[in-house]
Design a protein around this ligand. Structure first.
Ligand code: ADP
Length: 173
């Protein structure tokens, strides 16, 4: 039997029920699953710090023994080799994800043929869900029920309220 370690990379700003659906599916399929929060300078503006994202992911996956959470920088394929990972897990929601995901998977394979990308589909009710949508709804005070776990919903609301206070202060200065 092969021993498969997979990395599930993403921004997770914040973790959603869609991400968690994929993590659960992945934890059943792979021997070990490392959720890798990518320090990605392009994807801004961020809502949560890397440490805050990690804290929420750790809390939400604590019942899954073969899942760990880490923060990484640089090329994903290098991170895979450093951690003896032979697979990358990615989610495909709609056809629109496919083009970008295909390009990434093929480029990663070209750089590192030892690492295979595996795509999984979430349960249908999460197929329209993204962290960006969660941030947008929360910013305008909309309901997050069913989109993120309750603990994450509370953290998002606190963060948005904090940001609004900071923004009001800075316009008053
Ligand atoms: P987001 O688009 O939510 O900001 P990330 O950059 O954190 O996502 O995504 C990490 C990985 O998780 C990507 O492969 C993405 O396709 C996948 N993913 C994100 N949201 C979902 C979802 N609702 N269902 C399945 N996969 C998802």
């Amino acid at each position: 039997m092969k021993n498969i370690t997979a990395i599930y990379p993403g921004s997770f700003d914040p973790v959603t029920n869609g991400h968690l659906d994929l993590i659960r599916r992945g934890s059943k399929l792979f021997d070990r699953l490392i959720v890798g929060i990518a320090r990605n300078l392009d994807k801004s503006p961020a809502l949560f710090s890397m440490e805050e994202r990690k804290e929420m992911l750790v809390a939400m996956t604590s019942d899954l023994e073969n899942v760990t959470v880490d923060i990484f920088e640089g090329l994903l394929v290098n991170y895979c080799i450093e951690h003896d990972a032979n697979a990358v897990l990615r989610g495909i929601r709609a056809v629109s994800d496919y083009e970008f995901e295909l390009q990434m998977a093929l480029m990663n394979r070209k750089m590192e043929p030892r690492v295979e990308t595996v795509f999984m589909m979430p349960a249908e009710q999460y197929s329209y869900l993204s962290s960006r949508i969660v941030r947008e709804i929360a910013k305008f005070g909309g309901p997050l029920t069913g989109l993120v776990p309750t603990m994450v919903e509370e953290r998002v609301r606190q963060k948005i309220a904090q940001n609004q206070v900071t923004a009001t202060h800075s316009t008053l200065l």
